[in-house]
Design a binder for this molecule. Structure first.
Ligand SMILES: *Cc1c(COP(=O)(O)O)cnc(C)c1O
Length: 487
């Protein structure tokens, strides 16, 4: 094969010069790859979810030395199918129930295409104004969706940043808390710093402590019990902090978890913050997985008390359709993180930076270079709208479901012309019952009209419940104007 082989990845120009990015070659290969990916998604259930290969399987399949001359793109794609796919554990398979899901979407994928295409390295504002400013907008949007107080938003007094992983986000907050304390007690006293989390906190917390220089013997992973659903007890926290203060130690940081990795236990944010605030302890809420759910009104209460914490992180790559990696960190006083992490090399100096009027995200994270990741979140939020991301906000479960009866109603869309709530729900009930495919009834309690769906007839199976829900949603679609997908 010649280096001039026209089907090679690094496409040669007519004079044989190597050109790694040729727009026509790119168009062809990228189209081919999109087809490959679409087929992969379509056929994903044909593969074993958990890879069946033995350790070292790949070394025996691939050549020991790299190719001296280019391989053809077709050959490479074929080898992905033949050699790489068998070694994949298919995280996107509908049959993947392990760990936490890593959710994705077409919108995030095309956002990632753009991000990769631009390949901007937006460490400071000037290096890519759009990347910095879109990130600020999107972080405020998401804060708005979570109903975070203004103190976490750029439009208020705080702000947010997109990090790679929760581990980095937690580490940044820990370093800020550490430096805040060391400024007062002096670096020579670093061995006195003590931090808190429950024994259910993610293992990355211990790692962050190691990286931040908190002694392992000063990392308090407080015991939880099944009786308290493995959530951290504020009373226990107070007792332990008091003992530490009495022993001359300096409490600096609490990592509360909203949705622990083992069992999705939720630490009570408000009551824990009350204790921590009494001792000037930085409170970080690690909501890596469950935080995304809090954009839905029915889950928002888990964030109660959030106005009294210092920082919050959650990962849209886990539960907000965003592809790896995307961890959102909000802080109430960004200056505290910036004080710890800012750098000021001469080669990055520019007027905008010196003016202090722009955000320099390199000072909010561990690395310097950073991708234009906000595009992914922007595409997701714009393409689906808050309404779709909240699933179906049109329905309200009126009373808590205790047994197998679900009492629900359809809330009128602000722009629909269907009249009163009661009228709307009467029409919905008539509509689903008139299909002859289901029968459900209604009740009125405290003036509220609601539909009653009592699941549990002897012959009812899951498929019947799923079909009934589909019918209800179709009825609602017909009765109300769909909330427009753009908000
Ligand atoms: C997944 C998870 C982490 C670790 O997240 P990374 O982004 O992989 O660092 C931390 N905390 C909780 C609660 C998690 O669910």
């Amino acid at each position: 094969m010649s280096i001039l082989d026209s089907n090679s990845v690094g496409s040669p120009s007519s004079d044989g010069e190597f050109k790694p990015l040729n727009s026509e070659e790119f168009r062809k290969q990228a189209h081919q790859m999109v087809d490959f990916i679409a087929d992969y998604y379509h056929n994903i259930e044909n593969y074993p979810v958990l890879s069946q290969v033995e350790p070292g399987y790949l070394r025996s399949r691939l050549s020991e030395t790299p190719p001296y001359l280019p391989d053809s793109f077709d050959d490479i794609v074929r080898d992905v199918e033949k050699d790489i796919i068998p070694g994949m554990t298919h995280w996107l398979s509908p049959n993947f129930f392990a760990f936490f899901p890593a959710t994705v979407s077409s919108a995030a994928f095309v956002g990632e295409m753009l991000c990769t295409a631009f390949n901007s390295v937006g460490f400071n504002w000037l290096a890519c104004p759009a990347a910095t400013e879109l990130e600020m907008v999107v972080m405020d949007w998401l804060a708005n969706m979570l109903k975070l107080p203004k103190s976490f938003m750029f439009s208020g007094t705080g702000g947010g940043v997109i990090q790679g992983t929760s581990s980095e986000a937690i580490l940044c907050t820990l370093i800020a808390a550490r430096d805040r304390a060391l400024e007062i007690i002096g670096v020579q006293n670093i061995a006195k710093l003590v931090v808190y989390a429950s024994d259910q906190a993610h293992s990355t917390y211990k790692k962050a402590c190691k990286l931040a220089g908190v002694l392992p013997c000063n990392v308090r992973l407080l015991p939880t019990t099944q009786a308290s659903n493995f959530s951290l007890s504020p009373a226990l926290l107070r007792t332990v902090i008091e003992a530490d203060v009495g022993a001359g130690l300096v409490p600096i940081h609490l990592c509360a978890t909203l949705g622990t990795t083992s069992t999705t236990a939720v630490d009570p944010i408000g009551p824990l913050a009350n204790v921590a605030n009494d001792y000037g302890v930085w409170v970080h809420v690690d909501a890596a997985y469950a935080g995304s759910a809090c954009i839905c009104p029915e889950f928002r209460h888990h964030l109660d008390g959030i106005e009294r914490v210092n920082s919050l992180s959650l990962s849209p790559h886990k539960w907000l359709l965003s592809y790896l990696d995307c961890c959102c960190l909000w802080v109430k006083q960004p200056s505290q993180i910036i004080r710890s992490l800012s750098t000021n090399p001469e080669y990055l100096n520019n007027k905008a930076s010196e003016s202090g009027s722009v955000v320099e995200f390199k000072d909010w994270q561990i690395g310097t270079g950073r991708k234009f990741k906000a595009l992914r979140l922007w595409l997701v939020i714009r393409s689906y709208g808050v309404a779709n991301l909240q699933s179906d906000p049109r329905f309200e479960i009126v009373t808590p479901r205790l047994f197998s009866l679900v009492c629900f109603r359809l809330n009128p869309c602000p722009r629909s012309a269907t009249g009163t709530e009661e009228g709307l729900n009467r029409m919905l009930l008539d509509r689903v019952n008139s299909t002859g495919r289901v029968y459900m009834t209604h009740t009125i309690v405290d003036g509220v009209y609601m539909l009653r769906c009592a699941v549990g007839s002897t012959l009812t199976e899951e498929l019947h419940v799923v079909a009934a829900w589909k019918l209800i949603k179709e009825g609602a679609d017909a009765l109300t104007e769909r909330v427009e997908s753009r908000v």
